[in-house]
Design a binder for this molecule. Structure first.
Ligand code: FES
Ligand code: FES
Length: 156
């Protein structure tokens, strides 16, 4: 089947998509967007997190056909042109990236948190990121990065 949806503001189409093919597979393998990572493919790790109509979802659990006509935003769409999004800058500055495999999903999830809760508590940060696993276990630096981005947003 053919699926068409908006990805990071641009209309994209993929042909010969199998009915059970995931949104993650279509983004990575057919649309040239490998930022969202494929780890568990079971909704357990959050490394594939993307926005679907403004809500973070595990792209491995969404059939590509379910995205038909909808808005998808991936980690590649967080930056504004050449300028990193504030949450991306904060991850770099706080040293929150180790191997980087979990980073795209964490960035999307943290971006959503800060949009919804400009001044989140530590408990709110932990809860928001609870579904995103970091195999390198660098959680403290990740928390530092989210706190830094939130502080900067609150100061604007
Ligand atoms: S790859 Fe989707 S949640 Fe792990
Ligand atoms: S930085 Fe390696 S999995 Fe998180």
């Amino acid at each position: 089947m053919r699926v068409s949806f908006i990805v990071n503001g641009a209309s994209e189409t993929a042909d010969d998509v199998w009915e059970g093919e995931s949104l993650l597979y279509v983004l990575r393998e057919r649309m040239g967007l490998p930022g969202s990572k494929n780890a568990c493919e079971q909704g357990e790790c959050g490394s594939c997190t993307v926005y679907l109509d403004g809500t973070p979802v595990c792209a491995c659990l969404v059939a590509a056909g379910q995205a038909e006509g909808r808005q998808v935003r991936t980690v590649e769409g967080l930056a504004e042109g050449d300028r990193l999004a504030p949450i991306q800058e904060a991850f770099v500055e706080a040293g929150a990236v180790q191997c980087g495999f979990c980073t795209p999903g964490l960035l999307v999830q943290a971006h959503d948190l800060i949009e919804r809760r400009p001044d989140p508590s530590d408990a709110e940060i932990r809860e928001a990121l609870a579904g995103n696993l970091c195999r390198c276990t660098g959680y403290e630096k990740i928390l530092d990065a989210v706190r830094l981005a939130a502080r900067r947003k609150a100061a604007i």
